[in-house]
Design a protein around this ligand. Structure first.
Ligand code: AMP
Length: 216
């Protein structure tokens, strides 16, 4: 299966990606995670990407494509993949089409998670992530049992640098300006499945699986 998860920041892509990855045994490729890992290792790519990420802007296409194109070539992607947070611009979507064409493969589905802006702001500013295992919690919707401590592994929870109100508002605007056109792009290709991301995470997952089973 080759799947794209589309949806504004805070629409629940990360949560659903972990579940889809397990169900279909395909690697979860998150460009945001790749950038964050580069930032924490202070690589050249990380230092450059941070300038944009901290402002809620998209990392330029050229740099983003550099990190993704090499990832597709890895062995674990032979049987498929789940893209989370990529593509985010038409240039990236067209580059992805070209890469897939080169290896003679095509996409099965593009899942579009829709969530209202005010829900997104609460989800993102309330988000707390485990520094050890990556598990997500939320101060409004899904608190950890012990403050600042991961229920799963006991690690310390942190707030992502780009999850403050100002950056979140920027990221929503950037999504509407630059990523929204992809809904039409994939809709025209007949690949789009739009799912209400306001539902409980379990119900969102059920709806995603129903959509994916039809195109398997
Ligand atoms: P995410 O974790 O997917 O919300 O990504 C965090 C940030 O990384 C975004 O706000 C962008 O600044 C950057 N980023 C992630 N994926 C991309 C992409 N495909 N194109 C450009 N920038 C990206």
């Amino acid at each position: 299966m080759r799947i794209i998860l589309l949806g504004s920041p805070g629409s629940g892509k990360g949560t659903q990606a972990t579940r889809i990855e397990k169900k279909y045994d395909i690697p979860h490729i998150s460009t945001g995670d790749i950038f964050r890992s580069n930032i924490s290792k202070q690589t050249e790519i990380g230092i450059e990407a941070k300038k944009y990420i901290d402002q809620g802007l998209l990392v330029p296409d050229e740099l983003t494509l550099k990190i993704v194109e090499s990832r597709f070539l890895e062995d674990d992607c032979k049987g498929g993949f789940l893209l989370d947070g990529f593509p985010r611009t038409l240039v990236q979507a067209e580059a992805l089409d070209k890469e897939l064409e080169k290896i003679g493969k095509s996409l099965n589905a593009v899942i579009n998670l829709t969530v209202k802006d005010d829900t997104i702001i609460k989800r993102m500013t309330g988000r707390r992530v485990c520094g050890s295992c990556g598990e997500n919690f939320n101060l409004y919707f899904n608190k950890s049992r012990v403050e600042s401590t991961c229920d799963k592994c006991g690690g310390t929870l942190y707030t992502r640098a780009d999850d403050n109100v100002e950056t979140v508002t920027n990221r929503l605007k950037v999504y509407k300006d630059q990523t929204f056109p992809l809904i039409d792009f994939y809709g025209k290709k007949g690949l789009l499945a739009t799912i209400n991301g306001e539902q409980a995470a379990d119900d969102v997952f059920i709806a995603i699986i129903e959509a994916l089973e039809k195109v398997k």
